[in-house]
Design a protein around this ligand. Structure first.
Ligand SMILES: [Zn+2]
Length: 400
């Protein structure tokens, strides 16, 4: 590899992005890879080029070595070199010859070996069950398992057993294990606080790595979810995902970068109070928190007490308006283009989302923010599992 390869590799990141819409050199886990890497610059350049090549195949599919050279701006020699290594490592494979469509000899197509490795994803955010899955590198779920949420003193054992069973189900080398959990999680996978699971200052990532002998990445469930929406759901670079379940949380991408915040608590919007009219008492002790209006148990209880459809719609609209009040300053400050809702469709999709849109329009700058979309995710209940897979793809391969 030459210095010019390095230069060209980094300078062509943007064009690659422009052609695919979602391909980037950044990731949730790249900081971790850098943290563990050496300080030798050529090693970083090689890692960067390798990620660029994998990212290109991940988003564009099979192509020839010459196509890859053109798409990435890397030289043919560098491409051949990287391809040979990646074939040896089992990450990419030769797919056969492309039919010649003109003069010149037909070219061998190469692609990610999408069946060569599997990813295990875990979602610890459910109120009744811990869910897990084996996923392909494309984020497709091939095996599912779940266990009821166990007692507090056997939580870790249950998570380890679930992960171990899924690894056994994989029937291919496992690239890593991604975990989405409720609570605030730092950049090393330590759960700073997760009241629902009664974990505080618990290094789940290290505990699982020790028990399972595989790379593990742990993140907050909403932060995992926004990655799924970004990689598999077509979200843009500036997106806010609101996850409504037992609590309310959000995950944020700004310029394609996950936002973590000063205390790793970016996106914790559930305990922002909305309005000055009081409201329900929240579990945190404050009055009128967003969560007290919008979380599924609270909202369902109010709906159950409603006597007719008009009353139900009014309750849903009120919750949507509260959400809009909470989100308007975020839209204004960060200029997000899209808000994605994840949670029960029968609650969120309809009067609630409509009221959120109307409230946002009323409370933000029309010229820039009238076009902010509010939509449901299309990934349903699998969004955290798929986001956990993106964490692994990103952390292990630089792909997202
Ligand atoms: Zn609260």
């Amino acid at each position: 590899m030459t210095a010019s390869d390095v230069q060209r590799g980094s300078s062509t990141l943007e064009p690659a992005h422009a052609t695919t819409g979602t391909a980037h050199g950044r990731s949730f886990g790249s900081g971790r890879a850098l943290r563990q890497g050496g300080k030798v610059l050529p090693e970083h350049a090689r890692g960067h080029n390798r990620a660029l090549l994998l990212q290109t195949l991940f988003h564009q599919g099979a192509m020839s070595r010459a196509d890859l050279s053109r798409e990435t701006g890397l030289t043919r020699v560098t491409i051949s070199d990287l391809v040979a290594d990646l074939i040896a490592d089992g990450f990419i494979a030769e797919m056969g010859m492309r039919e010649a469509s003109g003069p010149g000899k037909p070219a061998m197509l190469i692609d990610l070996d999408r069946d060569g490795h599997r990813i295990v994803g875990l979602d610890l955010s459910g109120s009744d069950a811990f869910r897990g899955a084996v996923l392909t590198l494309d984020g497709d779920i091939v095996v599912r398992r779940e266990v009821p949420v166990p007692d507090a003193d056997t939580l870790l054992d249950a998570v380890v057993e679930l992960a171990r069973a899924l690894v056994a189900d994989s029937h291919a080398p496992v690239l890593g294990i991604g975990v989405g959990t409720p609570g605030v999680v730092d950049d090393r996978g330590v759960i700073l606080t997760a009241p629902n699971l009664r974990w505080a200052g618990f290094d789940l990532e290290s505990a699982l790595e020790t028990a399972l002998g595989l790379p593990v990445l742990v993140a907050n469930d909403a932060n995992a979810a926004v990655l799924a929406e970004y990689t598999f759901g077509g979200a843009g670079d500036d997106v806010l995902l609101v996850k409504v379940g037992r609590g309310v949380g959000s995950g944020l991408l700004s310029a394609g970068q996950p936002m973590r915040g000063a205390h790793f608590a970016a996106g914790e919007i559930g305990h922002v109070t909305v309005g000055t009219d009081g409201g329900p008492l929240c579990v945190c002790g404050k009055v009128g928190c967003l969560e007290a209006w919008l979380a599924v148990p609270a909202l369902s209880a109010r709906l159950a007490a409603a006597t007719d459809d008009a009353a139900r719609e009014s309750i849903l609209r009120d919750a949507g308006e509260r959400l809009g009040i909470a989100l308007a300053p975020i839209v204004g400050a960060l200029d997000v283009s899209e808000i994605v809702l994840s949670g029960p469709q029968e609650l969120l999709d309809g009067p609630l989302a409509q009221a959120t849109v109307e409230t946002l329009r009323a409370r933000t700058l029309a010229e820039f923010h009238d076009g902010v979309r509010v939509r449901m995710t299309e990934q349903g209940q699998d969004i955290v599992l798929r986001g956990a897979a993106v964490m692994v793809l990103s952390g292990q391969l630089g792909v997202s």
